[in-house]
Design a protein around this ligand. Structure first.
Ligand code: ADP
Length: 520
């Protein structure tokens, strides 16, 4: 059957989405493939369609046990024989599926990676003609990515146990250049056909929110936007999920929780209630979402900042899979940064890995402090060429807040970093600029430097905001360490010598001194 006919007949579509045709053709011709497409890009079809056309069986390796059933059900509905094998099956059910698989009943078999190297499975595959192995969420093989699954490392060994090497196709939505290379190397893809369809999601509006009261902002937002439409609110901890759900329910919103501490039945129920619109809002930790195909999520709000840009892009990307206008809000607060740093510190990591995690976190912090286009900031992270300076669909491009000249303040801060020999972190620098009489400052003799007290009339939050803005502009560099130190960069001079001017939003520079660390 030709691919256009199969596309129409099984999937009901007239056209391929970007990248699909190339991948489908490549796979059918017997080439390994690597598909890098954003969430909602249509990756599943790239292996499901070849599965129908190729002789023999396609094995799909997927980490999403909870979704296998849904995927298999939808395939069966459109007339493609499919099944799955994972740890949720009772022994009898498992054996009966194994029998059916042996009898060539299925075209597609979904398998959890943990199953691959079990004796039973190895025995089973001896009897199968496997033409294609498709690896979903392939970035899970990378230890550098945010979803590392050790069982993915077993995939190449599994492929080697097969009598004939099948076509191998890997798919992911998140991949920086390093991760792409790692996927190719670790999965041992042979001269793969690559389709990278770009990371831009034009229908998503990106916004960074810095507010003195997150909860009030959220309530206002929910009351005034997307009445009745669905959305996800991500929180950093199970505790925050629980308390936010209570508060939203108290205010009359239909919100349900989802996190790893809940029993799997109730988790599944809540996920279904959200997907089938029985609840409007799901408040969740990052345990929620991978692979969930709910097309009409209108907003994704991060109540707390995630650990890096990749995680953010992936989670925010669950909005607007149907291509309709949707919003992604990131609520910034310095205390979230502290929490993320503590998580890094509390893990036993190699120095190299620790540095990388700090660097990745810093990129997202910079995203929160930049005045440039947020979309471009995301696209740059993924190494894409930037077409326009402005996207006109993010809070920075549409922001009409008055900008104020902060060149003098910037110069004061940069000179202070210079005067203390680039040896201290942000809090010490602020203490020096404010002229603090704290024991620490006096003991270190920092009250003697010429920049001591030159910003005594500014409050801590304003100085911090200006410093973070200078970091995001590249005028200050924060070392990726447990105790990060502020250093000058090549371009600091241009500010110090008055060759460039620095601007920032008035409201952010003039922070109220009453705001506590948790509030904005
Ligand atoms: P991904 O796994 O890349 O996030 P999916 O495979 O779940 O994306 O596909 C996203 C959505 O796009 C699904 O609702 C799917 O049915 C739809 N889709 C896939 N291919 C096409 C196509 N060629 N034309 C129209 N819709 C498509």
């Amino acid at each position: 059957m030709n691919i256009y006919k199969a596309l129409k007949m099984y999937f009901g579509y007239d056209e391929f989405k970007k990248g699909q045709e190339k991948l489908v053709n490549g796979i059918i011709e017997g080439r390994d493939a690597l598909g890098i497409m954003p969430t909602g890009g249509g990756k599943s079809l790239c292996y499901q369609l070849p599965a129908v056309i190729l002789e023999g069986v396609t094995i799909v390796i997927s980490p999403l046990i909870s979704l296998m059933k849904d995927q298999v059900d939808s395939l069966n509905e459109i007339g493609i024989e499919a099944t799955y094998i994972n740890s949720t099956l009772e022994y009898d059910e498992f054996m009966s599926r194994v029998d059916d698989i042996r009898r060539d009943k299925y075209k597609i078999v979904y398998v959890a990676p943990e199953r691959l190297n079990t004796g039973l499975f190895e025995n089973l595959i001896k009897y199968m003609k496997i033409s294609l192995v498709a690896i979903d969420e392939a970035h899970c093989i990378s230890q550098w990515g945010h979803d590392f699954r050790p069982s993915y490392l077993e995939i190449p060994r599994f492929i080697k146990t097969l009598n004939t090497r099948p076509i191998v196709a890997a798919f992911t939505a998140t991949a920086t250049k390093e991760i792409v290379e790692e996927i190719k190397r670790l999965i041992e893809l042979k001269n793969p056909l690559e389709a990278i369809t770009g990371f831009d999601r034009p229908n998503l509006y990106y916004q960074v929110v810095k507010t003195s009261n997150k909860l009030n902002y959220l309530l206002d937002y929910l009351n005034n936007n997307f009445e009745d439409d669905s959305g996800i609110i991500y929180c950093a901890t199970r505790k925050t999920v629980e308390s936010l759900v209570r508060r939203l329910n108290d205010k009359g919103f239909s919100a349900i929780p989802y996190h790893g501490g809940m029993g799997s039945n109730i988790r599944q129920k809540n996920q279904d209630d959200f997907i089938f619109n029985k609840a409007r809002i799901i408040v969740a930790t990052n345990a929620f979402g991978m692979g969930i195909d709910k097309p009409d999520v209108r907003f994704v709000i991060h109540y707390n900042m995630p650990k890096n840009m990749e995680a953010y892009y992936q989670e925010a990307g669950r909005a607007g899979r149907d291509g309709e206008k949707s919003e992604c809000l990131l609520m910034y607060s310095p205390s979230d940064v502290v929490k993320q740093k503590l998580i890094i510190q509390n893990n036993e990591l190699t120095e190299e890995r620790e540095r990388l995690l700090y660097k990745n976190l810093q990129y997202l912090i910079d995203y929160c402090h930049t005045n440039d286009c947020l979309r471009n900031c995301i696209l740059k992270y993924f190494g894409e060429d930037i077409k326009n300076n402005k996207c006109n669909n993010c809070s920075n491009c549409l922001d009409e807040t008055e900008m104020v000249d902060i060149t003098v303040e910037s110069q004061k801060i940069l000179s202070c970093i210079y005067r203390v020999n680039e040896r201290y972190g942000i809090n010490t620098i602020i203490l020096v600029l404010k002229g603090s009489k704290s024991k620490k400052i006096l003991e270190l003799g920092l009250n003697k430097v010429s920049t001591y007290g030159i910003m005594e009339n500014y409050n801590n939050d304003s100085i911090k905001e200006i410093i973070m803005h200078l970091v995001s502009m590249g005028y200050i560099y924060i070392t990726a360490d447990k105790f990060p130190i502020l250093k000058l960069t090549q371009t600091s001079k241009t500010v110090l010598k008055n060759q460039v001017k620095v601007y920032h939003k008035r409201n952010l520079v003039e922070q109220r001194s009453t705001s506590n660390k948790d509030d904005w």
